[in-house]
Design a protein around this ligand. Structure first.
Ligand code: GLC
Length: 474
């Protein structure tokens, strides 16, 4: 399979490259920057939604699944992007949002039976962003279900016409040459058909949740046991296209999704951050589960370099040395950090800081645009692609080395016993060691040095420096 051990590069189109000077990234801009992605050694790009959208959730509220939003270009531009990616040996994944549509999608009025309606809120279900999951529609006087923003009405996937309409839309894209899909919010696709109340949560959540939402244990409002029926319909529609699921549940609960998907994001390891004991057990569980893909960061969470701070280079070395696909967000490769966001916020749930424009060069607008950017640039003078290209010790050079090396690592990884704050992983003839602590340790490096997290980390064959790491092998 082409995605085995592949690095899949997430492009957040609004913030990648603007070609028109309006301050919003677009498809033509992506085409102009594909050489950077190919040069990094990535195998594929996943582009966050570019469908027609009123942008209540920046593209994740879709008003037409088979048309490109004019802010990003035209359908022909997307065809050109697919072609340009393929010409560079890159696969292209679209982000498909099956769980809900925008309330401005024509279906919301023309096909009300596609959605979940009630005369009164029938239960205590909550939206992931907080508040009740039931919204009064003033024009009908009825309530509709929304798992996210009220502008995102949940589709009723138990209705065969919904399945047919959505799988038709996916086929529209596979026919145009798309190689796969990242499937949004799959744990919200199927709910309890009896709409029973969710009970109160008594345990700490395994994955971080919005506090109000986390007060309930979501056993009925999501994650229905018959999810396989919907996913099998999707699989049948797309043949062997790659299906990557965003399923925000504990690793232990992913099995029913993985029957039809090729990959699901490994969120537990991603969100363990620098808690080394948690990270180790989350990685080990994900490896045992199989079919999971590592995530450095995405558009919903604090950026990789911010979450790992001074350990970011060592953490990148660790994740890159694991088997299976790996997903990174544009800018991770230059160590982009969270920014100030916008005031007042554009995203109502506070995710602007993770979505600042890509920094291509050291000019004030970072080479991203010539117009006023939709979100400000953070620090292009301190980190940008052009400067890091020239510097063998930069993050960008490290990422390129690690992506190249990844393909040479074979064998199931096995954690060896190691001191607190360190992880030591054996993969076949290779040894991967990282130290998230602030004290250097003595650890013999077997074989030659293949990569070092920070310049100089491999200078002493007995040392594992503080906040450092290396990959060694024959
Ligand atoms: C996914 C997306 C997120 C979006 C939500 C609702 O979690 O990654 O950005 O807000 O689904 O579609």
């Amino acid at each position: 399979m082409w995605w085995q051990d592949a690095v899949i590069y997430q492009i957040y189109p609004r913030s990648f490259q603007d070609s028109g000077g309006d301050g919003v990234g677009d498809l033509e801009g992506i085409v102009s920057r594909l050489d950077h992605v190919a040069g990094l050694g990535a195998a594929a790009v996943w582009i966050s939604p570019v469908y027609v959208s009123p942008n209540a959730d920046f593209g994740y509220d879709v008003a037409d699944y088979t048309a490109v939003d004019p802010a990003y270009g035209t359908l022909e531009d997307l065809d050109r992007l697919i072609e340009a990616a393929h010409a560079r040996g890159l696969k292209l994944l679209l982000d498909f949002v099956p769980c809900h549509t925008s309330i401005e999608h024509p279906w919301f009025r023309q096909r009300p039976e596609f959605y979940v309606w009630a005369d009164e809120p029938p239960n205590n279900w909550l939206a992931s962003f907080g508040g009740t999951a039931w919204q009064l529609d003033p024009s009908t006087g009825r309530y509709y279900l929304h798992s996210f923003f009220p502008e995102q009405a949940d589709l009723d996937w138990r209705n065969p016409d919904v399945q047919a309409a959505m799988t038709d839309a996916m086929r529209f894209w596979t026919r145009r040459g798309v190689d796969g899909f990242r499937l949004d919010a799959l744990d919200r696709l199927l709910k309890d058909p009896e709409l029973r109340d969710d009970p109160a949560e008594t345990d700490a959540p395994v994955l971080p949740l919005q506090p109000e939402y986390g007060r309930l244990r979501h056993v009925h409002s999501r994650n229905a046991p018959d999810i396989g029926t919907a996913l099998r319909a999707i699989r049948e529609a797309v043949g062997d296209a790659l299906l990557v699921g965003e399923v925000f549940v504990a690793t232990a609960d992913l099995a029913p999704y993985l029957e039809a998907l090729d990959v699901a994001f490994a969120f537990e390891p991603m969100l363990a951050n620098t808690d080394v004991a948690r990270l180790r057990s989350a990685i080990a569980a994900a490896i045992d589960t199989e079919k999971l893909g590592w995530v450095l960061s995405n558009h919903d969470f604090s950026r990789f370099a911010t979450r790992f701070g001074e350990n970011a280079r060592a953490a990148a070395l660790l994740f890159m040395s694991l088997p299976g696909p790996l997903f990174m967000l544009q800018g991770d490769e230059i160590g982009m950090v969270d920014g100030p966001g916008a005031h007042p916020p554009l995203d109502r749930t506070g995710r602007d800081p993770f979505r600042h424009p890509m920094q291509w060069d050291s000019t004030p607008l970072g080479g991203f645009t010539t117009g006023p950017p939709w979100l400000p640039l953070v620090d292009p003078q301190d980190r940008n692609v052009a400067d890091q290209e020239q510097d063998p010790d930069s993050e960008l050079s490290l990422y390129k080395r690690l992506i190249g090396l990844r393909r040479q690592l074979a064998g199931i990884p096995r954690f060896l016993d190691s001191p607190d704050n360190t992880l030591v992983l054996e993969r076949g003839d290779h040894l991967v060691a990282v130290n998230f602590g602030s004290q250097p340790l003595t650890l013999e490096r077997p074989g030659g040095l293949l990569a070092e997290a920070r310049p100089g980390d491999g200078a002493d064959t007995l040392e594992l420096p503080a906040h450092g790491g290396w990959i060694a092998g024959p």
